[in-house]
Design a protein around this ligand. Structure first.
Ligand SMILES: [Zn+2]
Ligand SMILES: [Zn+2]
Length: 179
């Protein structure tokens, strides 16, 4: 848990606090599964008491292990994401937990602590690439034999097949199966 103690700051409107933390997480939970985290999760930044809320501005950095969409090999992906989060609690000011005026989220304080973990997780998930590729030029796997084409060309005949011929071949294969 990346927690920042803010008991002092809560009582100081206009006050600011710097934070820096590093933690080991084994994985990042996403809607489609758990992504291994292979380096410490580093966070740093400042918390400002605006009089209404505690505003966190900072950065998170770590390394994830993704699986290539094309060749299915695992590769390391360095991610740096920015954090900008609002926290509120009864003792800070008038702002309510829930939604702020701009429609953004105001997260709850846990007593004298900000628990950054939910915000860090969200920032990392948002920073994931759309396509997971070990490299831009990844050649993927051969559709017939499964050979990783980054490691070398296979012996398969990869010329486009005439659909009429394919149908005939299919028929012949079935015949063979029957005999
Ligand atoms: Zn690949
Ligand atoms: Zn092949």
């Amino acid at each position: 848990m990346v927690k920042i103690g803010v008991s002092d700051l809560k009582a100081r409107p206009g006050g600011e606090l710097e934070f820096k933390a590093q933690e080991k997480w084994s994985y990042l939970a996403t809607a489609t599964g758990n992504i291994p985290i292979v380096a410490p999760v580093r966070v740093g930044g400042t918390v400002t008491n605006t009089g209404k809320i505690l505003l966190v501005k900072g950065q998170v950095a770590t390394t994830l292990e993704l699986t290539c969409d094309r060749c299915l090999e695992k590769f390391r992906y360095s991610v740096v994401a920015s954090l900008e989060e609002e926290y509120a609690g009864a003792a800070v000011g008038q702002a309510a937990v829930g939604e702020n005026e701009e429609g953004g989220e105001v997260r709850p304080l846990e007593g004298d602590f900000i628990d950054l973990k939910p915000a860090v997780e969200e920032a990392l998930i948002l920073a994931l690439p759309m396509k997971w590729l070990c490299r831009e030029s990844c050649r993927g796997l051969c559709a017939s034999c499964g050979q990783n084409l980054n490691e070398g060309q296979c012996q398969c005949d990869t010329r486009p097949v005439d659909p009429r011929l394919a149908a005939l071949e299919e028929l012949l294969r079935k015949r063979e199966g029957e005999n």
